[in-house]
Design a protein around this ligand. Structure first.
Ligand code: ATP
Ligand code: MG
Length: 573
């Protein structure tokens, strides 16, 4: 990533960092971290956090750790660790050898807990989960002290050690911070620090049967790594006093927690729990289904890392929550692909066209019944009008072609400038053609168009200055490659499927038309060498990416995004 990816005006976190650098608070050091829990695949919301944390480190000559916050053995898996590493790398960030794991600090965290017991700031409590909840009170009612709150230090040390040894069943005891059961902030009412959980951990296996809770563990992890700015989402704002309390009570390195607004996108769910539900429920084909907001899904769909970084930069970083229109993400893809994707011609819903006056191979007039390819001309086509260095390629033109079924109307409505009986249009890079006849099958469906071409218009212009209103893409039938093309639409029909005000489940808003599979699509032959992950603009149709489902003989493409936002147009009507 280059520094040109960074915005010139400062966001509020950059302002904090610059103030800290000015005052010398951290000795000029900037050390951030991206701390995912490996309990699912990363999504576009995580990308915002990744770009923010790695971006700050890059901008201020600091460092950013990739830290797996793996303190809950029940939901965490190595599969997720591997996917997270792949996704952060793909986004374009580097963390050197700092792939870190909270589970590597379990021993140290245990020592810290012991220390809090010794200074009378933590105690072992025998209340059940339900009782703990009841004793906690509410926003309007203070909590009640646990009957175990005044255990002696010796007893607490002994019980905590035996919790670790596995002497007690799950849920029978907890270690709690001794703060204030009447505190106005409920998070400060003697929160649980450790719970008993006899479960195998993806890295420490059976070594532990007590696990630290997020609020206790997170600050310790940050402190151990020497983090300076601990950036998290707004929900943690009223956990900050607790974050501070643990670090102050232990008198250890104390990073500053800073909260920012999480990314919310229309027509999308973002919580890993819900994404997992979509996968497990078979509503999508997997975590990397191109309709998913996961980074692997977006990658498969054809999004570039550059476009995702540009999107994250454009939406900015704020202190209040807001929902971003999905169109902005799509526009970021369009913008980058417009500059980088080679143009090719592909026909998704083919309609056969025969050029009646196209010469035979030897240049002679065609016979009345001629249907073979006849002469083949290789015409020059521009690879990318946005990038002169991308050069040109040759595309074959012959007697039998395919055009898009939508590009022909037997009875054209007003403003339909494409092909119709008696009408002349331009075939891109080739010739002007005029429709002279229509062939139908028994059901009345048009199967073949008969046309003539004007040899003087080669390259696409008429020497007599005559104009045509439509330019169509096409593919030579004799040279076409067959492909499957998957068209995607929004996964949900409701802009806010997750809204708690809905009486229906978010899965009830799944869009039944989010995937359309077209087979028998026709591609120009230059695509024969395309491989999984390659991205193209299919002229007039949108941006497309080769899917890994492609095999030697059979190409599969995903539509990343159409050329324009067709939803905006629909909405206007
Ligand atoms: P989810 O709610 O989707 O399950 P999470 O917050 O539980 O996500 P973590 O693995 O804990 O997932 O997240 C790692 C980091 O990514 C955290 O610092 C979190 O604040 C950040 N993050 C998660 N979701 C978003 C989002 N929608 N926008 C911005 N940052 C996010
Ligand atoms: Mg989380």
């Amino acid at each position: 990533m280059s520094t040109s990816d960074l915005t010139p005006s400062l966001n509020f976190i950059q302002e904090i960092v610059e103030q800290d650098n000015c005052s010398g608070k951290w000795g000029g050091r900037v050390h951030t971290r991206f701390p995912p829990e490996p309990n699912g695949y990363l999504h576009i919301g995580h990308a915002k956090s990744i770009c923010l944390n790695f971006g700050l480190a890059e901008q201020y000559g600091g460092r950013c750790n990739l830290r797996f916050d793996d303190t809950n053995p029940i939901k965490e898996e190595d599969e997720y660790v591997a996917s997270i590493i792949e996704d952060v790398r793909w986004l374009g960030f580097d963390w050197g050898d700092r792939s870190l794991y909270a589970s590597d600090y379990f021993e140290k965290m245990y020592d810290y807990a012991d220390q809090l017991i010794k200074t009378g700031r933590a105690y072992v409590c025998d209340l059940t989960a339900e009782q703990t909840r009841q004793y906690r009170g509410t926003l309007t009612r203070p909590g009640q002290d646990s009957p175990y709150r005044d255990r002696s230090v010796e007893e607490n040390l002994d019980l905590f050690a035996r919790m670790r040894k596995g002497e007690f069943p799950d849920g029978s005891r907890t270690l709690r911070a001794k703060i204030d059961m009447a505190h106005p902030n409920l998070n400060m009412r003697d929160p649980v620090m450790y719970r008993i959980l006899h479960a195998a951990h993806h890295r420490t296996a059976e070594a532990w049967c007590i696990y630290p809770m997020y609020d206790c563990a997170h600050g310790l992890e940050d402190s151990i790594e020497g983090i300076t700015h601990s950036i998290c989402t707004l929900e943690f704002e009223n956990h900050r006093p607790l974050y501070d309390w643990f670090l102050d009570a232990l008198d250890i390195h104390h990073p500053q927690q800073i909260e920012f607004a999480r990314l919310e996108l229309t027509y999308t769910v973002m919580s890993k729990r819900k994404l997992l539900e979509l996968v497990r429920g078979g509503h999508v084909r997997g975590w990397d289904d191109p309709r998913m907001p996961t980074l692997c899904g977006l990658r498969r769909r054809g999004y570039t890392p550059e476009s995702i970084r540009a999107f994250c930069r454009d939406i900015g970083v704020a202190k209040f929550n807001s929902t971003i229109d999905l169109v902005r993400l799509e526009n970021a893809a369009r913008q980058h692909l417009n500059k980088t994707a080679p143009r090719v011609m592909a026909v998704l819903r083919p309609l056969r066209v025969v050029i009646e006056n196209w010469p035979e191979e030897d240049g002679s007039e065609p016979g009345a019944q001629a249907t073979g390819p006849g002469r083949v001309e290789w015409l020059d086509a521009i690879n990318n009008p946005e990038d002169a260095s991308a050069g040109t390629r040759k595309v074959p033109f012959s007697r039998v072609l395919y055009i898009e079924r939508d590009d022909f109307r037997e009875e054209p409505p007003k403003k339909f400038f494409r092909l119709a009986p008696g009408r002349e249009v331009r075939l891109r890079y080739a010739y002007f053609v005029t429709c002279t006849g229509v062939e139908k099958d028994d059901t009345g469906q048009v199967v073949t168009l008969h046309c003539t071409y004007d040899p003087a218009t080669r390259g696409g212009d008429a020497p007599d200055g005559r104009k045509v209103k439509g330019t169509l893409h096409w593919v030579s039938a004799a040279h076409a490659i067959d492909a499957e093309v998957r068209l995607y639409d929004r996964l949900f029909t409701d802009p806010d499927p997750d809204n708690p005000k809905h009486t229906k489940d978010f899965t009830d808003f799944l869009n039944p038309e989010s995937l359309e599979i077209l087979t028998g699509c026709k591609l120009e032959p230059s695509l024969a060498a395309a491989k999984a992950g390659d991205r193209y603009q299919f002229e007039r149709l949108g941006y497309f990416c080769v899917d890994p489902d492609s095999t030697g003989g059979r190409l599969v493409f995903n539509r990343t995004v159409s050329l324009r936002d067709s939803w905006a147009k629909l909405a206007k009507k």
